[in-house]
Design a protein around this ligand. Sequence first.
Ligand SMILES: [Ca+2]
Ligand SMILES: [Ca+2]
Length: 145
Amino acid sequence: MYGFLGPMSGALDSTDASVTWRPSAADDYFGTSVAAGDVDGDGATDVLLGDQWEGGELYTTVVPGGAVYLQVGPASGVVDPAGLVTIDWGLGSEHPGAFVGFLPDWDGDGGDELVVGACYADRGLTTGAYFVLSSDAVHRSGSLR
Ligand SMILES: [Ca+2]
Ligand SMILES: [Ca+2]
């Protein structure tokens, strides 16, 4: 997944990216979803990166996985998402990361809340849920499961 700082003009490609999020190992649909907000309220944009099959198995047996990574900004260069704040339900989970987003500071603590969509919530193909994670909880833990 690539991030480009504006202003932009002309034809761009991956070598023009200001930041590249690239897993260091083969991955499962890293980059399924992306959203920008300010989770720590410092004025610098933070990025949520979804990976709805992380740790799962898509090709031989359908075992859901999923993870969401939080890049606290600013960022530059090549970043391995394994080193970021990770929101991971674990193997056999609900596909967190199918959708990610931010809610503008819902609880008034100065940071935007995180929204994680999990399209297999409750282990069903026709179910799904959105989870709202407090910016404060994410900051205190550094990682959530
Ligand atoms: Ca920020
Ligand atoms: Ca908040």
